[in-house]
Design a protein around this ligand. Structure first.
Ligand code: GLT
Ligand code: MN
Length: 343
């Protein structure tokens, strides 16, 4: 059964990445489940209620797209976004666009351009750039100002390629910030930094660039994801969103949406509803190492159930009450009101 969100503006169905259903690897141990071939994950995603699937180029290379599309059609799936992997291949160990080696930067650009082609072929409207290896572990390992210019040049070049080849059909690019992991310090570590980078791109290309904020990534940076999302909305730059949960500022956990901070998640639903945000609400979660193969989609069904519940509760939140609490400056009472809506 497809999950849909009642009274959502625009797209009502849910998204998730094929990598969400991995074999349970972590930095301290190998897989605990079979590594299911990507195409075999598609029926599982469909069965878990997902409609919009997300892929990295390394998960769905060009030549496998027709086969994937057939499976997707059979299961009522669509592609929500596509993204070049600038982090898995050891060649990108010190970054893709910000690598010191011009040959590696050229390869990154080529990969990004083929990802544009794949995004178009798959009918997705958004291509994501995650800053996986862009950054540094040691001070002075890179010249920060030069790195910034390399990112500006890189994104401009991808934007130019997309516009030249596809004109108005060009996908929109959503840059996904994260503060650390795998690098000690990552460039484009938060929403504000990405908004600044976009302001430095070629003005003609700026409309093509926006963000894919991820709730857990904001939390890892010790930031409030509601404010991060509101900044994206204010700038007209919320192009995509990754929902999950994170238990304080430790390593990236990709926990089920709604698990750690349900009250904030309720408020997030209120904000998205009021903004009439039309895009796909997508999960970026990770089936934990301890879940058995037969339970691998529990992470998605749990996230979905939480989202549906919070979304419906958010529809019932009385906006006039919120306004009244604001006017009177009764912020603790406002917190109490939200808690009553939630519990
Ligand atoms: C990686 C990362 C995610 C990104 C994915 C897209 S890859 O799993 O942790 O947050 O969205 O590149
Ligand atoms: Mn993500």
């Amino acid at each position: 059964m497809k999950t849909t969100l009642p009274r959502k503006t625009g797209i009502r169905e849910i998204g998730a990445g094929v990598w969400n259903l991995g074999p349970g690897r972590d930095p301290f141990g190998g897989p605990t489940r079979p590594d299911l071939p990507i195409l075999q994950r598609l029926p599982l995603l469909a069965k878990a209620g997902i409609t919009y699937v997300e892929f990295h180029d390394v998960e769905l290379p060009f030549d496998q797209i027709p086969r994937a599309q057939q499976i997707m059609r059979d299961h009522g799936l669509k592609c929500g976004m596509y993204t070049p992997s600038f982090f898995a291949d050891p060649i990108f160990k010190d970054g893709a666009m910000t690598s010191h080696d011009p040959k590696i930067r050229k390869l990154a650009l080529e990969n990004a351009c083929s990802a544009v082609d794949a995004t178009i072929l798959l009918g997705a409207k958004v291509m994501v750039f995650w800053n996986g290896r862009e950054g540094f572990d040691f001070v002075l390992a890179k010249n920060g100002q030069e790195s910034f210019r390399r990112m500006v040049d890189g994104f401009n070049a991808v934007g130019r390629y997309a516009v030249k080849k596809y004109g108005r059909r060009a996908p929109r690019f959503a840059i996904e910030p994260k503060p650390n992991e795998p690098r000690a310090n990552m460039y484009l570590s938060n929403v504000g930094e990405v908004l600044y980078l976009i302001s430095r791109l070629d003005p003609k290309l700026q409309p093509l660039f926006g963000l894919n904020p991820e709730t857990a990534h904001s939390r890892m940076a010790g930031l409030d994801y509601l404010w991060d999302v509101e900044m994206c909305l204010e700038a007209g730059k919320l192009f995509h969103i990754h929902l999950n949960a994170q238990d304080t500022t430790r390593y990236d956990q990709d926990l089920p949406f709604g698990y750690t901070e349900p009250l904030k998640d309720l408020a997030l639903c209120v904000v998205l509803q009021d903004a009439k945000w039309p895009g796909i609400l997508a999960f970026d979660v990770k089936a934990p190492r301890t879940d058995r193969q037969e339970d691998i989609t529990d992470i998605l069904t749990t996230s979905t159930a939480n989202l549906k519940r919070l979304w419906s509760k958010a529809l019932k939140v009385d906006r006039r009450q919120i306004a009244a609490y604001r006017t009177r400056g009764n912020f603790t009472a406002l917190a109490g009101y939200l808690a009553r809506c939630l519990y």
